[in-house]
Write a protein that binds this ligand. Structure first.
Ligand SMILES: [Zn+2]
Length: 259
């Protein structure tokens, strides 16, 4: 699925950023308007790539099968090719889905922590834990930013503010520090989720990836057994949904690994 919009901006040496919209459903229409209005003057170092994909059937990016869809495969190929350290998915949501996205039980049901509302319906959170672990380093910035699909001008303004901070910063800590001055309580929540993710999900992912790379694996049941044993041994806090996601992340890592 070819993108319907893409731009690359370069301001000398510095980090590589990738922003993607139109990941699924009809979100494309909303995110295209946002990308078209983006002012690249906020960029002061490095590169920024903007991509927007056309409408496609809706599959949640938290589901493994999303990455087998035509757009999902494009997204992974782009991440592999561009290797951004700052990655932002632009999403939009219907009002009826808002409570589900920010609900405290989201992690139990989907394996991903709840999104956090910043202001005016703008929600922020980490990308799917599967691609978070398979493609990004611990201190990269892989986030998603959600806006109502029919945004008010206040929503748009708050959304663009976060977009501009992300494009105008060169690393994770700089982005989070700037956001923290605007949204201290909300960023505190994100930091808590990050610690939980790093201590549990990411720890198991790294161990499992090493295990697979060193043992010429094998079938995925062996991997799952290894993961279950290690989860007990290290007393990791991971649900069965998350165990399955760690496994998916390792398999996706193998499919897309460089070289
Ligand atoms: Zn979405």
């Amino acid at each position: 699925m070819a993108p319907i919009f893409y731009r690359t901006f370069i301001k000398g040496p510095g980090p590589t950023r990738l922003f993607i919209g139109g990941l699924h459903g009809k979100e494309s229409e909303t995110t295209l308007q946002i990308m078209r209005n983006f002012q690249n003057s906020v960029l002061n170092t490095g590169k920024l790539h903007l991509y927007n994909f056309p409408p496609s059937p809706y599959v949640s990016t938290l589901e493994r099968r999303y990455y087998d869809t035509s757009t999902g495969r494009e997204v992974l190929n782009l991440i592999k090719k561009i290797q951004p350290t700052i990655y932002l998915e632009l999403h939009c949501y219907q009002e009826k889905n808002r409570s589900k996205l920010i609900h405290p039980d989201r992690k139990t049901e989907t394996g991903a922590p709840p999104l956090v509302e910043l202001k005016n319906g703008v929600l922020i959170g980490s990308v799917s834990p599967v691609i978070r672990s398979a493609f990004f380093k611990k201190y990269d910035f892989p986030f998603i930013l959600e806006i109502p699909c029919q945004p008010s001008s206040d929503s748009l303004q708050s959304y663009l503010e976060v977009l501009n901070i992300t494009a105008g910063s060169s690393k994770r800590s700089e982005i989070l520090n700037k956001l923290e001055t605007l949204y201290p309580n909300e960023i505190a929540k994100l930091k808590k989720y990050f610690v939980d993710f790093s201590d549990n999900f990411l720890t198991l992912f790294h161990e499992s990836r090493e295990f697979v790379l060193q043992s010429d694996l094998m079938d995925s049941d062996d991997l799952l057994n290894f993961m279950e044993d290690l989860t007990q041994e290290l007393d990791l806090k991971l649900s069965s949904v998350q165990l399955e996601q760690v496994k998916d992340a390792v398999l996706i890592f193998l499919d897309y690994k460089p070289g």
